[in-house]
Structures are given as structure tokens and as C-alpha cells.
Design a protein around this ligand. Sequence first.
Ligand code: GAR
Length: 195
Amino acid sequence: MNIAVFVSGRGSNLRAIVNSGILAGKVFVKVVVSDKISCPAFEFARSKNIDTLTVSGKNTPDTVTYDELAAILNENGIHLVVLAGFLKLIPAEFIRKLNCKIINIHPALLPSYGGKGMYGMNVHNAVFSSGDKMSGPTVHYVNEQYDEGAIIANLPVDISNAKSPDEIASLVLEKEHILLPEVIYDFYLNWIDGN
Ligand code: GAR
């Protein structure tokens, strides 16, 4: 099964996918897409000989538009798009033109702590301030609204002993690296069922 992974920065979830034992030899990251021209996730992708593409709303020499990107992914037989720390809203037109599903990993237990502005440390700061005892990543389908597509799975983690938002972030990130490859593996099982 071929996937495209969308990133905006660090790329630790991308690494978890590429290095995952359960996905090895079954799921192939064909392209890594970012809204940035350069980022650590791109460096990692290139070190693994994975193609990279920058997408933007504008038509510039170094980037593709969302329309062009949908055509490229469709023509290259991508079976699933995975947003792994991609922080821009995906345009509705792109979702309509793409022939496959899009999933996203969010660093909190949706439907709480989702929506515009709720990404990265903003999420963990809000969770820490609330005094919640549990957090954890959620994987969900992507639709036109931030973090509102149907929930696929989550992985709760006890954060009652966390002393800072950073501690929550690292507890949640550890679970992200387990949950995301597992969810992709479930998509793979469904995909082989249909092939
Ligand atoms: C991850 O914690 C991911 O859940 C979050 O950005 C981080 C990216 O880390 N995504 C969102 O907040 C989306 N709303 P990574 O680049 O190391 O995978």
C-alpha cells in the first residue's frame, strides 16, 4: 500500500511510520509533502530517498498548488494520505479531488482540545491548565473543518503526575508513535482485503 505523509516540521511521526516494524515491506511512504520549503522532516525523508514536495496556496517555481498535488497523488496511486504534524487547513477542493482518504493525528483526546489554533504545544498548554488527568493522541478522518472528521482511534495516557505541558507533550508523543503506525496497519489490512 502506498501512502503520502504530510508534515510541517520535526517529523517524529514520519520517522515512526518509516521505521515501523509492523509496516515494513507492506506500507510504502512514496512522498513526503510539506507546506515548508525546508524542515527536519524533509531532511529525514531525503536521507531515506523518499520524494519530497512543497505545497502552497500560491503558484511559485518551487511549490505545487493543491490542485496539482491532488493530480500527482492520484496519478501515482497513493492509497492513503496521512497528516503527521501538518499544521495547515487542508482545502475542501483538495479533499474533493483526491481519490483516497485523508487521516490526521491530533495530540489530544478529541473532541476536546481540537479546532483552529489547537496544535502542538497550544494543545498541551490547554490540557495542563485544565488539570485533566488523562490525555493522548487521536487519529481521525480529515474533512473541511479542523479536527472534526470522524474519530478512528485514540490512545489515552495517564498524565496525572505530569508537572508541565512539556511533560504531557512527551507522554502523548510516545503514544502517537505507537497509535499512528497501528492505525495505518489497519488501513493496510482493509486495503489487502479489497485487493
Ligand atoms: C505532533 O504532536 C502532532 O500530533 C501534532 O504536531 C506534532 C508534530 O510532531 N499535530 C497537531 O497538533 C495537528 N493539530 P512531529 O512533526 O514530530 O510528528
